[in-house]
Design a protein around this ligand. Structure first.
Ligand code: AMP
Length: 212
């Protein structure tokens, strides 16, 4: 499980490590964005919350996540990115896993200062095709406006506007940060210094997967 604030780099690292180790990468934010672009009922409902920087209600989010992790590509394990975000989500996930005799192995917490989060979120660009994030200063693409990985078009997420990004950080501190202590007490938390460059953080992440 990858835990951290919006802009902490957990999505970037989850994409890299999932490709490297061949494990499914499940990002609830990406699942919601897919639903929004399809314009189905889930997407229409989720959009009203996402546009305001608020969390989608637990009931909807949990149902979507449990369906996703029942898929065949999750049988050998998976990386959760952006889920859980509330204690209710964490507890429900644990109960659902326990029914299958499974547990959360490890929780990687990406620690980044608030100033750095604000800096990263304002100006962030995302690939429309593979969701890889870029930043004009900290991680610019080789060709302006194009993804290094797949050549896809880069765009700014509407919820990365300064006002909504601020709201998302507020929501993170009010609702999600409590999960750090929750998993620390469970003895599952591994702290990752998310302030460093992408490569260095990537090495720490890989160590967390391979040690123990
Ligand atoms: P993200 O891409 O992880 O920043 O998620 C984008 C948006 O999707 C969030 O601001 C929420 O509105 C929604 N979302 C993603 N994951 C969750 C979750 N676990 N619980 C509730 N809402 C979520």
């Amino acid at each position: 499980m990858f835990l951290g604030a919006p802009g902490s780099g957990k999505g970037t690292q989850a994409s890299v490590i999932s490709q490297r180790l061949g494990i499914a990468h499940i990002a609830t934010g990406d699942l919601f964005r897919d639903a929004v672009s399809k314009g189905d009922e889930l997407g229409r409902e989720a959009k009203t919350y996402m546009d305001k920087g608020l969390l989608v209600p637990d009931e909807i989010t949990i149902r979507m996540l449990l369906e996703r992790i029942a898929a065949a590509d999750c049988r050998e394990g998976y990386i959760l990115d952006g889920f859980p975000r509330t204690l209710e989500q964490a507890r429900t996930l644990e109960r659902a896993l326990a029914e299958k005799g499974e547990v959360v192995d490890r929780v990687l917490y990406f620690k980044v200062s608030t100033e750095e989060l604000v800096r990263r979120l304002s100006g962030r660009l995302i690939c429309r095709n593979c969701q890889t994030p870029y930043h004009p200063i900290t991680s610019p693409p080789k060709v302006a406006g194009r993804c290094d990985q797949c050549g896809g078009e880069l765009y700014q997420r509407s919820d990365d506007s300064p006002e909504t990004a601020r709201k998302r950080l507020e929501v993170y501190f009010a609702e999600t940060a409590a999960l750090i202590d929750y998993y620390k007490e469970a003895g599952k938390l591994v702290e990752i210094n998310g302030e460093k460059g992408i490569e260095e953080v990537g090495q720490e992440v890989l160590d967390a997967f391979t040690n123990g």
